[in-house]
Design a binder for this molecule. Structure first.
Ligand code: FEO
Ligand code: CA
Ligand code: CA
Ligand code: CA
Length: 649
């Protein structure tokens, strides 16, 4: 979601416990005592796993390392109406907002939009990209399904003549139809990816999709009941699908993030405190004028039916989307997973709000690689944990289990369902560490490390800093690396350290820390989504760089190992106004997919367009650059010009 959008509407941290976090003095004291322990142990191996080891170094450091052969020529930072791709890479547009998905649907006419029409087309503001490989076609062409989220809509860029966010009843319904997700088949013919209109797999899920099922411990809870669904089991639609994941059994997870923004009215009655903890109502849209379900006065429980992770089987277009309540309710950024040595599946998840938390979920059952159907309901049973990052470099994963610790009647919890509906309050009571806006949490199945994108936190004051969130204010964000002991992702104790502190290393006041040898183009701010390649390199896409850095958002590749650890290079730049989401490598690592979200948003910030950016007068008409076509969010595919994979040198 656009940083500008969030700044306007969602600048208030809602965690009431933040003043309980340790002060800087507590942290300094703990750091020094830790250093004393380290000196006594004298173990370089252990030192390398602590947050004090200083593996990331200032770019101005004199250290020189032999750089690996470069597979792309780094871009120069800047802002432009078009995207920029690093030398040595080739780019192509795969699919864009309005592209027809089904047989009989014609070319997109943005001046003749309707609900029924949008439901047959690729949605707005593509975010997460999942890649599910299919068998090659009869000509030997590579095929796959892309599972793409559509996080939110921007009325003034979608509709001609629309000035602000409030539109007509029909526009509100079209906006809903442009939310959700798309499952679409793609094919690679002679190196060119295209999508397959009319594929039997193609499917739209939207904010209007009926019969989405609530499953797991909170399903059927009275606090999920509404007039339309007195049993609390079936929801209309999904909202603000940000990042997500593909499970080991090939299902598509859509994370519901800023669901609060869709509700209007006043938080009152028994749900008031619960709603306030989630920033409900956000009032970003005027949908409540047209539909009772978005009006708190009429449907006070409706917001409790959002903020979940939705699971969809992309192989079966008739399958019922399921909201898996066992994974907790918060502003889910994403839901990436891997299989632990025990066979249990572990999902890592961030709650993207200033001063909110990092979670993981461990299934009770074990993944069955031989029987896909046996994994169907694995996500309904397991343990949700929230992270406490201690100054000694350890992570304590604390279980959110009804009846354990403070999660009892004494604190108004009467079931596991209630613990999950109020996940944030339960985590507050356990003393989780308030973080600098956890976005994507990216595991690396190669070596068992996990990377947490902490995008920024302008509201953290200096006396609210701690070891894991060391800067206040934190304008540029940082990335934390978690290591699970012996690759056991189910462990309740892990280690953490900071990989990089983002921002311009040339300005000492920012306190940035990167690996050695960084060029002036290699630094970034506001890390958001991430992907790994099999050479253990981290690809980070940003949201917020354009405003802060006078440089477009983009994709940077960060080394995580050896002498180059923390060294970063600029690989792709977004067109003006856009953030980059969903970085995703194809399974064979030949193709790097990315989502360009909200091109032309916030035109006032762009030097070449110092006025409002609208459908009729946008700051860019990316990617078509046709006078009758507004800017369109789109999926881009990058490949290497030399035909190699992204992990080859
Ligand atoms: Fe939808 Fe936190 O980004
Ligand atoms: Ca994001
Ligand atoms: Ca990711
Ligand atoms: Ca963001």
């Amino acid at each position: 979601m656009s940083e500008a959008f969030e700044r306007d509407f969602e600048d208030q941290p809602v965690n009431p416990t933040i003043d309980q976090s340790p002060t800087i003095n507590d942290v300094i004291e703990q750091r020094y005592s830790r250093r004393g322990v380290m000196a006594l142990m004298g173990s370089a191996a252990i030192a390398a796993t602590t947050p004090l080891a200083g593996c990331a170094q200032s770019a101005t450091d004199e250290t020189t390392t032999e750089a690996a052969a470069e597979d792309f020529v780094e871009l120069a930072r800047g802002v432009d109406t078009n995207h920029q791709t690093a030398g040595g890479l080739e780019d192509q547009i795969v699919i864009r907002w309005g592209d027809p998905l089904f047989d009989g649907i014609g070319p997109f006419n943005p001046l003749a939009q309707s609900v029924a029409d949008q439901e047959n087309r690729f949605g707005y503001n593509n975010d997460y990209i999942g890649f599910v490989a299919l068998p090659d076609d009869e000509n030997g062409n590579q095929r796959a399904l892309l599972c793409v989220n559509h996080e939110y809509t921007i009325g003034n860029l979608m509709f001609s003549g629309r000035a602000g966010r409030a539109g007509t009843a029909e526009e509100a319904a079209i906006e809903q139809a442009a939310h959700g997700g798309t499952i679409v088949e793609i094919v690679n013919i002679d190196g060119a990816w295209s999508y397959v209109q009319g594929s039997r797999y193609n499917r739209r899920i939207t904010a209007r999709t009926e019969g989405m099922e609530l499953t797991g411990p909170a399903a059927g809870h009275p606090r999920l009941a509404t007039t339309a669904d007195p049993e609390g089991r079936f929801v209309i639609g999904t909202l603000n699908n940000c990042a997500g994941g593909i499970t080991p059994w090939g299902t598509y997870l859509m994370a519901e993030e800023n669901f609060n923004g869709y509700f209007s009215g006043e938080a009152a009655g028994p749900e008031q405190a619960n709603h306030e903890r989630y920033g409900v109502p956000g009032g970003w849209y005027n949908w409540a004028e047209y539909e009772a379900r978005f009006d708190l006065a009429r449907e006070p429980n409706e917001p409790n039916r959002f903020g979940w992770v939705v699971e969809i089987d992309p192989m079966d277009p008739q399958s019922t989307p399921k909201k898996r309540t066992a994974l907790g309710r918060f502003k889910h950024e994403g839901a990436e997973s891997l299989v632990a040595p025990s066979g249990q599946v572990v999902l890592y998840m961030g709650d993207d709000q200033r001063f909110d938390y990092v979670y993981k979920f461990v299934t009770a059952g074990r993944f069955n690689a031989d029987d896909r159907a046996a994994n169907r309901d694995l996500l309904d049973e397991g343990t949700l944990y929230v992270a406490r990052f201690d100054a000694d470099g350890s992570v304590e994963w604390m279980p959110l289990v009804y009846g354990q610790g403070p999660l009892t009647e004494e604190n108004d919890f009467s079931s596991q369902g209630e613990v999950l509906i109020e996940t944030r309050r339960a985590a507050d009571l356990l003393g989780a560490t308030p973080m600098d806006r956890p976005e994507d949490v990216q595991p690396n199945p190669q070596n068992g490390t996990i990377y947490v994108m902490l995008t920024n936190n302008s509201r953290r004051s200096e006396d609210q800093t701690d070891a894991a969130n060391p800067r206040g204010p934190n304008r540029f964000g940082h990335i934390i690396e978690i290591t699970e002991p012996n690759g056991d992702f189910t462990s309740t104790t892990s280690r953490w350290e900071i990989l990089v502190r983002c921002g311009d290393p040339a300005d000492p006041a920012i306190g940035a820390e990167w690996g050695p040898g960084l060029s002036e183009n290699g630094w970034f701010g506001s890390p958001d989504n991430a992907a790994m390649d099999s050479a253990n390199r981290l690809y980070v896409s940003t949201d917020g760089s354009e405003v802060l850095n006078q440089c477009a958002n983009g994709v940077w590749r960060v080394e995580t190992e050896g002498l180059e650890r923390g060294y970063s290079r600029l690989m792709f730049l977004a067109p003006t106004g856009a953030e980059i989401c969903g970085p995703r490598l194809s399974d064979d690592e030949n193709t790097f997919f990315l989502a360009v979200q909200h091109p032309a948003d916030g035109g006032e910030d762009f030097p070449g367009h110092a006025r409002a950016s609208t459908f009729d007068d946008p700051s860019t008409r990316w990617p078509d650059f046709a006078p009758d076509m507004p800017p369109r969010p789109a999926v881009v595919a990058l490949t290497r010009a030399d035909g190699k994979t992204f992990s080859e040198v």
